[in-house]
Design a protein around this ligand. Structure first.
Ligand code: PLP
Length: 392
């Protein structure tokens, strides 16, 4: 018996473990101190009342034999897919229901999708980025190249037409840098992928934070993407579903490699390894896309964005360089006074009792940067800002 090869190469999830270990140690030594957590990528506002209403109503249906439901259709119920189709229609994009796959979230989808590709492929992964792409690519035995996201390119790497890769991860708006690609910039990636036969895995988990029409809300806003891209979206950040678990992927029928439809392969993989999202959760997701539901969800997004503005104002006043925060819930700070990511983390924790996320945990280019999340409560953001103001 042999265990998986990746167990020898995959590093421990040092970042979040180290953050939590340091926090625990601090709390033990300073039980009287209140720590403000600006590090988590989890939402803090409750679900919309429309969503709760839908959950209650669907739960009641499940308790009556006339309306009880068992297994969901594998790719999701049509009532939810039709609502998603309408969302795409509002962006001028035609998506058919058999191109939509409902899942338990973007994290699982971004990992599971690798099942339809050979491990012989080379993945291009931005550095820094959401660490799941690298870890799952290693778990699947893929070869890995990095695309440098640095200040000089505004944290938005461009394709290198002289180099061939097979799978391209794009996260826009980006976690952790908050940088987002414009439609013009995305077109270059699409041209590149179509020219060399690569497939783009487009993670749009933070799409609901985009406020400017020049930026991509969906990669399919650029029609040529249908032959080279798969899109992943999530209700986690758009509707506060981190604890509910619902997302979806879009695999266009036009997308083929080696004469095989990737839509067919993903359907085959989904139906073999996944048994669907609970009916109650799908009804809740549907409610978040109703007119009333959308209004409530947008109010929450506005709240997080106002948090970002409050933080941005503070960093401006302190002349601390930062990026993001406009089309994204994250502010990406250049650590002041030449501190590296962990030095700044320790400084904030020990002196201001504030937790954030060291940029180096998202890739080597994240060294000397630091991520502040705007998902905290307004009260915490304000407290953090007044502490920061008094200390730099
Ligand atoms: N993609 C990115 C870029 C994220 O930052 C996250 C969560 O923080 C996810 C995906 C996970 O989304 P979900 O909750 O739908 O699994």
């Amino acid at each position: 018996m042999k265990i998986a090869n990746w167990s020898k190469t995959l590093k421990n999830n040092f970042l979040f473990q180290a953050v939590s270990d340091k926090l625990e140690e601090f709390k033990e030594k300073n039980p009287e101190k209140e720590v403000i957590n600006m590090g988590i990528g989890d939402v803090s506002l409750p679900l919309a009342s429309e969503v709760i209403r839908a959950c209650i109503s669907a739960t009641n249906e499940m308790g009556k034999s006339s309306s009880f439901r068992g297994y969901s259709p594998n790719g999701g119920y049509d009532f939810l897919k039709l609502k998603i189709k309408d969302e795409y229609k509002n962006l001028g994009i035609l998506v058919n229901t058999d191109e939509i796959f409902i899942s338990d979230g973007a994290k699982s989808d971004m990992s599971n999708i690798l099942d339809i590709f050979s491990s012989d492929n080379t993945c291009l992964i931005p550095d820094p980025v959401y660490p799941v792409y690298l870890d799952t690519s290693i778990m699947n035995g893929m070869k890995i190249e990095f695309a440098n996201a640095v200040e000089q390119n505004n944290f938005l790497p461009e394709p290198d037409f002289n180099k061939k890769v097979d799978i391209i991860y794009i996260c826009s708006p980006n976690n952790p840098t908050g940088a987002a690609y414009t439609k013009i910039q995305m077109k270059r990636w699409i041209d590149y992928a179509n020219s060399c036969g690569a497939v783009i895995l487009y993670d749009a988990a933070y799409e609901s934070f985009i406020e400017d029409d020049n930026f991509c809300r969906s990669i399919f806003e650029i029609p040529e993407s249908k032959t080279c891209a798969i899109e992943f979206k999530s209700f986690s950040k758009s509707a506060g579903f981190t604890g509910m678990r619902c997302g979806y992927s879009i695999v266009p029928k036009e997308l083929k490699r080696e004469n095989v439809s990737l839509n067919y392969l993903w359907t085959r993989r989904h139906s073999t390894k996944f048994n669907g999202v609970p009916y109650i959760i799908q009804r809740a997701a549907e409610a978040s896309l109703s007119e009333a539901g959308k209004k409530e969800c947008q109010k929450s997004i506005k709240y997080y964005k106002e948090n970002a503005q409050i933080l941005a104002k503070t960093f401006n006043q302190l002349s601390i360089k930062f990026f993001g925060g406009l089309n994204s819930p994250y502010l990406w700070i250049k650590c002041p006074n030449n501190m590296n990511s962990w030095e700044f983390f320790d400084y904030l924790l020990q002196n201001l009792n504030i937790i954030g996320t060291p940029g180096s945990g998202f890739g080597k280019n994240g060294e000397n940067y630091f991520r502040f999340s705007c998902f905290a409560s307004r009260e915490d953001v304000q407290k953090a800002c007044s502490k920061l103001t008094g200390s730099f």
